[in-house]
Design a protein around this ligand. Structure first.
Ligand SMILES: *Cc1c(COP(=O)(O)O)cnc(C)c1O
Ligand code: SF4
Length: 345
């Protein structure tokens, strides 16, 4: 098997900027890494032209090479089926653009709002809800835009929580993250901050001591990450979560239910047990949204309900994520759960 990065020094490998610079973004690079002729990947050309491929060397190194159905590979490997769109699928099923009073801000629930601080990520997850943002020019917020967003938050006293999302906020530089957190923290009625980031699972070396100092001084802050498969729980990602926890910042996990990747009881049990071992609380398990290009990764909601029920029957309450779906017009995420009465007798 090819070990493409065996000549890389440890210093480079554990440098997140090196990981960012060396991400896989072309089919020819993929073909070389897989040791196949480029023409074998020809069917993927129209896919990556519309929906670019982006994979960190770290995440690539976790895949089992030569296995097309590897659950990690399928999360970031382009697939010709992404161009097939069943009726009903759309680019923005949650109508996010409609709930955006200002560019870069989503305010769907009264007491919390979400800020899209960048449209860039460490990797492109093929199941992403916001994959429509990938082909837009890279943006991050200018000081003027941040000011306008802070003004909006300050003008609505119902908002007690600001969530930095994207894209992935943790690919920004420490000073930028610090500035964003401080800016929203400065609003007196904002009680809590949150960051949604997949970095702990796909580029854990980003969680540096200096980033953790930034997180620490902006508490109360909650980090929501995304592990979808137990094999993503490596010693590096465990260490990344531990560092965030040591900064006094709780880490919760939001998985997406993905067909053939984690839609089995055994995989989900191993995932939630593994998360509990590294003190990360399973928070949500999301039903995959009807986003164009994700149909082949979407599992039936009934499968998610079966898995949730079996988890509830066999494991600790602290390990149970809430299986939810996001629905436009609903006041919060909608719980997908079979109704249980009390046992008879
Ligand atoms: C999911 C989401 C939130 C956060 O919801 P929680 O249930 O509090 O995790 C906030 N704003 C928007 C727009 C969301 O989609
Ligand atoms: S890290 Fe999040 S926002 Fe970025 S591609 Fe993956 S799911 Fe989408």
């Amino acid at each position: 098997m090819k070990k493409p990065w065996e000549k890389i020094s440890k210093t480079d490998w554990f440098d997140w900027q090196w990981q960012m610079r060396n991400r896989i973004r072309t089919l020819s690079r993929l073909a070389r890494l897989m040791d196949v002729p480029l023409h074998r990947l020809a069917a993927l050309r129209p896919v990556v032209e519309k929906h670019p491929v982006l994979i960190t060397p770290y995440y690539w190194s976790l895949m089992k090479q030569g296995e097309g159905d590897d659950p990690l590979r399928r999360q970031c490997f382009p697939d010709a089926r992404e161009l097939e769109h069943p009726p009903g699928d759309s680019d923005d099923p949650l109508g996010e653009s409609v709930h955006s009073p200002l560019p870069g801000l989503l305010h769907r629930y009264p007491d919390r709002c979400l800020i899209l601080v960048t449209n860039r990520c460490a990797i492109h997850c093929r199941h992403c809800n916001r994959r429509r943002l990938w082909s837009q020019p890279a943006f991050s917020l200018s000081p003027g835009r941040i000011q306008a967003l802070v003004k909006y938050v300050a003008s609505d006293r119902n908002i007690r929580e600001v969530i930095l999302s994207g894209g992935d906020p943790l690919i920004l530089h420490d000073e930028v993250i610090d500035h964003l957190l401080k800016s929203f923290r400065s609003v007196p009625h904002v009680e809590v901050l949150r960051i949604g980031s997949r970095v702990p699972s796909v580029m854990p070396m980003r969680i540096t001591a200096s980033l953790c100092r930034v997180l620490k001084r902006n508490r109360p802050l909650w980090v929501m990450t995304q592990f979808n498969h137990p094999r993503e729980l490596t010693s590096e990602s465990a260490r990344a979560c531990e560092r965030i926890l040591e900064a006094g910042v709780p880490v919760s996990n939001q998985s997406v239910l993905l067909r053939g990747i984690n839609d089995s009881f055994e995989t989900m049990r191993d995932l939630v047990h593994g998360l509990q071992r590294i003190s990360v609380r399973p928070y949500y398990l999301f039903q995959c949204e009807p986003v164009k290009g994700t149909a082949h990764l979407r599992a039936d909601a009934s499968r998610g309900m079966d898995i949730s029920e079996k988890l509830w029957e066999t494991t600790a309450g602290i390990c149970l994520p809430r299986f939810v779906i996001d629905r436009p017009g609903c006041p919060g995420k909608v719980l997908l759960q079979r109704i249980h009465g009390l046992p008879h007798g």
